[in-house]
Design a protein around this ligand. Structure first.
Ligand code: ATP
Length: 150
């Protein structure tokens, strides 16, 4: 994939995006982060990744959403947590596949294409990152992205 690599502050990307999405959808999006967290990567693509995750959190929950940015010497961790419908354990392995939608979502009037997470996964992959999903049906979902720090 073609990438436009620079060094940028992930925290400010998250804060800007959270403000716009919070206002647009009238939802509380809480950002938890210390200072500026710099990463080397494609800023626009990382922004798109966060947009997909926060957009899903908005669509599949009603409570406030928590976004956490953590960093250590070698990694940067981004976590988006919602307290919504959750994903059944058996469906988690498939949710990043193209056009895949969990039953409950498929029946929602506010549709989606099922492409969001497959694009998100591609963006993580080209940054050599990993994705983990923690979810409990009826309780909510955390999508945790980890990038190596370069
Ligand atoms: P779109 O492509 O418009 O984002 P989508 O939300 O259906 O549509 P994906 O983002 O790829 O597609 O997500 C795939 C499926 O994973 C969703 O249809 C939904 O069933 C499930 N899912 C994703 N995020 C969450 C979440 N935060 N809570 C519950 N289910 C989720």
């Amino acid at each position: 994939d073609w990438m436009n690599v620079s060094r940028f502050d992930v925290t400010s990307v998250v804060r800007e995006l959270s403000e716009v999405l919070g206002k647009t959808f009238r939802r509380e999006i809480r950002v938890h982060s210390d200072n500026a967290v710099y990463m080397k990567g494609d800023k626009e693509k990382v922004r798109q990744l966060l947009l997909i995750l926060i957009d899903n959190a908005i669509k599949y929950s009603k409570e406030p959403i928590d976004v956490r940015i953590r960093h250590s010497k070698n990694t940067i961790k981004l976590e988006v947590t919602d307290y919504g419908i959750g994903v059944p354990e058996s469906e988690i392995p498939y949710m990043f596949e193209r056009f895949y939608r969990v039953d409950e979502a498929r029946h929602r009037s506010t549709g989606g294409s099922g492409l969001g997470l497959s694009i998100a996964k591609k963006i993580v992959d080209i940054h050599e990152g990993t994705v983990e999903v923690y979810s409990k049906q009826g309780n909510g979902t955390t999508i945790a992205i980890q990038f190596p720090r370069k």
